[in-house]
Design a protein around this ligand. Structure first.
Ligand code: HAM
Length: 426
């Protein structure tokens, strides 16, 4: 009979204990920084009605990137491709009971039917941190500051990553003043979004096809913006003023950001400032974070206006970042001690001894099997369990045990209380 494959489904990962340890570290840093900003944790099911991901939130997702199926009751169901519509639904559903502004975070797994490649898979976990109910630029500054602090909490130096900032408002003003049709605006935004993936010639050709006789004006504006100068038609516009305030506040806080007029973000729900964080190492070209302001998304669920701003940060890209910059912490075992069995008496007594040690807070594994002592010790060492105690008739009779550290070979003779005391103070 042919055997089933041991590979996971295309584009998703198995988490062996070593991977789990890394993921746990990533989640702990996310959680710690999010809570240090006063964000409360929430969660939801991965299943959502498919209509949540219509063209209103993201065309790309709705058309080609979702896992959508029909359930037994003929309902269209989608595995969430992102958390933002879900959290918008939850906030709108409880708006009467919530004290705004609301600051929430979550670490959901999300699913996108993408072509798997470095930094891009079909399932990833994503920290989402969002603030609801504030229109002030200080809220935008807060979430960008949190994103920055997360990078620093992972041990990144300021030169290891770069924060890019743009504003949908500036873009909207620009395209409105050029009197572009919605289709033109949309095609242009998509073209800019994929600029890095096509040749310069392909880009200019398509730009001309979309814009026709407006190409020259548009190019002139974009060139000025790229030099961080404001084209005359945009001077004094809301988007420009707002972005200048945000940049000033971030600069005051010591957070370097780069204005990038070509930063588009794929989602159609963004309404104001948008930002992304990138690794400066070209090995990792995909964004580490992406976010922005989406003041109208909650209107899908509520007639009240609830402004919102936040970001998502993926576990795949941050893991690549941490590996590239040598920032992963050394792996340590979650077990303190293994009891090795010298003889029959040891085998009989080990479970009871383990029970006592566990009651004292020590994480203990008892060797299971019939191998020789040397082989038992290799098992402990292969699993990176730092300490062993060998138990036999003598140890049981005397109530005294030799605690051995495998890495150094150091030994201490202790009674049971001594062992628990040792691990408590470690
Ligand atoms: P996004 O830019 O699609 O934004 O995703 C945010 C981050 O999730 C990316 O920067 C990347 O780290 C990670 N990510 C996205 N897609 C993949 C993938 N296929 N494989 C691995 N990692 C990936 C959003 O999802 C917005 N909902 C974020 C947001 C929250 N905006 C406001 N609040």
């Amino acid at each position: 009979m042919t055997k089933l494959s041991t590979e996971p489904y295309k584009g998703v990962r198995d988490f062996y204990p070593e991977d789990m340890a890394i993921q746990k570290h990533i989640f702990e840093v996310w959680q710690k920084v999010a809570e240090s900003y006063g964000y409360e944790e929430y969660s939801a099911s991965i299943l959502e009605p498919a209509e949540m991901y219509s063209a209103k939130t993201n065309e790309e997702h709705a058309s080609e990137q979702t896992y959508t199926f029909t359930d037994r009751g003929e309902r269209q169901v989608t595995l969430r491709p992102e958390m933002t519509p879900t959290v918008a639904r939850m906030i709108a559903g409880k708006k009467r009971d919530l004290a705004f502004p609301v600051r929430w975070y979550s670490i959901p797994n999300v699913f996108r039917y993408e072509r798997p490649q470095r930094g891009r898979l079909r399932e990833h976990w994503q920290l989402n941190a969002d603030i609801f109910g504030s229109e002030a630029v200080t809220a935008d500054v807060e979430v960008i500051s949190m994103a920055y602090d997360i990078m620093r909490a992972f041990g990144a130096q300021p030169g290891d990553f770069i924060v890019r900032l743009n504003s949908r408002k500036i873009w909207n003003t620009l395209t409105e003043q050029l009197a572009l049709s919605a289709e033109q605006e949309h095609a242009l935004a998509r073209l800019i979004d994929k600029k890095a993936k096509i040749t310069a010639l392909e880009y200019t050709d398509e730009e001309e096809t979309i814009l026709g006789d407006k190409t020259k004006l548009f190019r002139a504006d974009m060139e000025m913006l790229a030099k961080d100068a404001v084209p005359e038609r945009l001077i004094g516009s809301d988007g420009v003023k707002e972005l200048a305030q945000i940049r000033a506040l971030l600069t005051n806080a010591g957070i370097p950001v780069v204005y990038d007029p070509t930063l588009m973000r794929g989602f159609t729900y963004y309404t104001g400032p948008v930002f992304e964080i990138f690794d400066t190492d070209p090995k990792n070209p995909r964004a580490l974070f992406g976010g922005g302001r989406y003041d109208r998304l909650l209107e899908l669920f509520s007639s009240d206006k609830i402004p919102a701003v936040g970001f998502g940060m993926g576990d795949v890209t941050i893991r690549d970042f941490l590996e590239t910059h040598n920032l992963l912490p050394e792996q340590t075992s979650t077990t303190d001690l293994m009891l090795c069995l010298v003889d029959e008496k040891g085998r009989d007594e080990a479970p009871e001894l383990a029970r006592h040690l566990r009651a004292g807070g020590v994480r203990v594994a008892v060797y299971e099997g019939t191998k020789k002592l040397g082989d038992q010790i290799s098992v402990a060492s292969k699993k990176s369990i730092p300490f062993i105690v060998c138990i036999g008739e003598k140890e049981v009779a005397e109530g005294s045990y030799v605690l051995k550290e495998l890495a150094t070979g150091n030994e201490m003779t202790l009674d049971m209380a001594g062992i628990t005391a040792f691990f408590r103070t470690r």
